[in-house]
Design a protein around this ligand. Structure first.
Ligand code: CTP
Length: 399
């Protein structure tokens, strides 16, 4: 994609000597027809003027204030939703620290905190500041939030020193974003379906069989897919989680409902089955609440295996079928067996007996088993990071 005419870029400029380079970066995007809105932090205005940015970008320049005019025209939430991508260039050590703490003290940090889009940061600072442990730790935190870092590079600095900390060139920044937006555009035509959460299998109108799945990993995968532009549908069992509006969310309760919703949303190019579907349902659900004095026996029967059904029906099989294997023993053996028996391309195995990992936790530790006998371990980290890494691999596979 060389043309960026329908692409919307929110450009945030912080205060630093390399702020002048943002003029050239904006010019490169403008040449390709992108729509640009800019936020200038208070200190950025010491280095570049709102007028020069407005003339070059031919778009609105927000100065870093909550003004009545701005908020009525497009509030800070709408501004973060408007963008396809957000770039902060240059970003200073001070703003890196603020963002790593989730600060929302000014317009730039508030928009970033409220964003559901991919955020790119192009740091620029003195070499000692760049090498300081505090900066390194804060950047690690930002990477965990899913922010992508461009540069910095080694070179002569405005302060007279030499080393790493110089902002990447406008062309390098442009190329990285252009590449991201090209894939984003391509992914828009790719349908992805994700199942998540538990299912409830009713015994009577008020009681059901379920499991401890929180749905967190599946929701994070859906968010990561949508952030990369995929046309994402999330079929979810009962959870307490929220999801962005740009994801087509279908709420279900039982395995049967999940199966029907899945069928209805095929064909899909990618399908990721992360739901902890109940293997059994009650054969005869009681119409009225069972009373204590009743003597009851509950008969169970098998639910349909949604993943196995989809992956074994050629007419509906997505190009990439990914299953999960939640195990307490023989993780690898069981995962590989599910990879074959359920005809998956990949199985993502996790040990749910571990503390602070898997079911209910915000963290996970998984191994991806591929159908070419290869495997890859993703070490213990937040489910949001695991999902980013899984989606990185999906993007590579689909390309
Ligand atoms: N799955 C499914 N439909 C089912 C059961 C499981 O789609 N009725 C999918 C899950 O979403 C997951 C994979 O199959 O991607 C494996 O699920 P898991 O619960 O680990 O395995 P089971 O097949 O249920 O086998 P077991 O409980 O015996 O380990």
């Amino acid at each position: 994609m060389s043309n960026l005419t329908n692409k919307k870029i929110l450009f945030i400029i912080c205060g630093g000597i390399s702020a002048y380079k943002s003029l050239e970066t904006i010019r490169l995007f403008k040449k390709k027809g992108a729509q640009i809105k800019t936020i200038l932090t208070k200190s950025a205005k010491e280095f570049v003027t709102p007028l020069s940015i407005a003339s070059l970008s031919q778009g609105k320049v927000y100065e870093d204030l909550f003004s009545v005019e701005n908020e009525t025209e497009m509030d800070h939430i709408a501004l973060s939703r408007w963008a396809d991508v957000i770039i902060v260039a240059p970003i200073t050590a001070n703003t890196i620290t603020k963002l790593s703490q989730g600060s929302s003290e000014d317009l730039a940090s508030t928009v970033i905190l409220a964003s559901n889009k991919q955020i790119f940061l192009a740091p620029a600072m003195n070499v000692r500041m760049w090498e300081h442990n505090s900066t390194k730790n804060n950047l690690q935190t930002l990477k965990k939030f899913g922010y992508k870092i461009i540069g910095p590079v080694v070179g002569d600095m405005a302060c007279g020193e030499y080393g790493e900390g110089k902002m990447s060139s406008p062309l390098d920044i442009f190329d990285t974003i252009h590449n991201f937006l090209s894939k984003h555009e391509k992914n828009k035509k790719v349908k992805a379906l994700v199942t998540a959460g538990p299912t409830n299998e009713y015994i009577d109108p008020v009681r059901f069989i379920t499991n401890k799945s929180s749905g967190k990993q599946g929701y994070e995968i859906a968010k990561s897919l949508s952030k990369r532009g995929f046309d994402t549908t999330l079929i979810s069992g009962p959870t307490n989680l929220d999801i962005d509006d740009n994801i087509n969310l279908i709420k279900v309760e039982t395995a049967e409902e999940m199966f029907k919703a899945t069928q209805k949303n095929l064909p899909s190019d990618i399908a990721i089955f992360s739901a902890a579907v109940s293997d059994f349902k009650v054969t005869e659900k009681k119409k009225d609440k069972i009373k204590k004095k009743e003597n009851i026996t509950i008969n169970l029967e098998k639910n349909i295996d949604i993943l196995a059904y989809v992956s074994n029906h050629n007419s509906m099989r997505p190009k990439l079928v990914i299953g999960f294997a939640a195990e307490t023993i023989d993780l690898e053996k069981n995962a590989i067996s599910k990879l074959t028996s359920k005809n998956c391309d990949w199985i993502i195995a996790n040990d749910i007996s571990k503390r602070n990992s898997g079911f209910e936790s915000d963290y996970n530790e998984v191994t991806i088993h591929y159908n070419n006998n290869k495997k890859e371990k993703l070490s213990h980290k937040k489910k949001s990071e695991i999902s980013e890494e899984i989606v990185d691999r999906i993007v590579n596979q689909m390309n």
